[in-house]
Design a protein around this ligand. Structure first.
Ligand code: HPA
Length: 273
């Protein structure tokens, strides 16, 4: 099982390296945030469809292209579109890009997402620094034989999001005058949005935001020793907080509206890494 998967990882990494080279920092762009690839200089890219064995993005707003280039003189790759468990991919496929990044030399991962606000002090358009996560999906991407080449069987998860990178992001947000909330992100499987009762449950458990991604990527990145920074864009208030229905269009629209400050923040963080 591991041998075939490992071969798949190396084949995909080789194809990406041939097209786009290696990288030190990776950014995964969530719903509505994909335009950030425009920030890259000396850009190269490859479609996921042209990477052997790579899954393809099926979620609207996830283009399915791997970009690489430089930003502040650093080698950065960006994923315009990610994979989610709700698309039907198994957890090894969902997190395959993280292990491919590791093979390409990535040491720092910046994960972004669109999320519903569970904390009633938040408003749509807020950015939230992820301080920790709650895994309510019932899944774990490390299930199955351990990949000893990448990390240990029982990895520590006491600091999923790097305190050093969080401090860099907080200082950058203050300098830029960007409001940055700090909170706990709860991973729900989706694809339906949560029920109001589920949102009340997540709030009781300590969640500030809820979404359908990012946690599997964080777990696998920590397993293989990367430093992780997580930033959520609160695109809507979670179910039951306001008397209105949730829609993916709203998620993408608000995500797109926050691009400017989101880009400024990530840019400032990458400059400091
Ligand atoms: N719930 C789950 N995922 C989401 C939400 C939400 O309210 N908004 C954006 N992604």
């Amino acid at each position: 099982m591991n041998k075939v998967y490992l071969e798949k990882l190396h084949t995909a990494a080789n194809a990406i390296e041939a097209a786009c080279g290696r990288a030190d920092i990776a950014v995964i762009l969530g719903s509505g945030l994909g335009q950030y690839v425009e920030a890259l200089e000396n850009v190269t890219s490859i479609s996921y469809a042209d990477i052997p064995g790579f899954p393809v993005s099926t979620a609207p707003g996830h283009e399915g292209r791997w970009y690489a280039g430089t930003l502040h003189g650093k080698r950065v790759c960006m994923m315009q579109g990610r994979f989610h468990a709700y698309e039907g991919y198994d957890m090894r496929e969902v997190t395959m890009p993280i292990r491919v990044m590791k093979l390409l030399g990535v040491q720092t991962l910046i994960v972004t997402n669109a999320a519903g606000g569970v904390n009633t002090a938040y408003v749509p358009g807020d950015l939230m620094l992820m301080t920790d996560f709650l895994n309510m999906s019932g899944k774990n991407p490390l299930t199955g034989p351990n990949l000893d080449e990448f990390g240990v069987r029982f990895p520590d998860m006491s600091k999923p999001y790097s305190p050093v990178l969080r401090e860099i992001a907080l200082v950058a947000s203050q300098k830029l005058g960007i409001k940055l909330q700090s909170g706990i992100y709860c991973w729900m499987n989706g694809p339906c949005y949560e029920s109001p009762a589920e949102i009340r449950m997540t709030r009781i458990l300590g969640a500030d935001a809820v979404g359908m991604s990012t946690v599997p990527e964080t777990i696998v990145a920590r397993h293989c020793g990367m430093s992780v920074l997580g930033i959520s864009c609160i695109t809507n208030m979670a179910a039951g907080i306001l008397d209105q229905q949730l829609s993916h269009q709203e998620v993408m629209d608000v995500g797109a509206q926050t691009q400017t400050k989101f880009r400024a923040l990530i840019d400032a963080v990458i400059a400091e890494i």
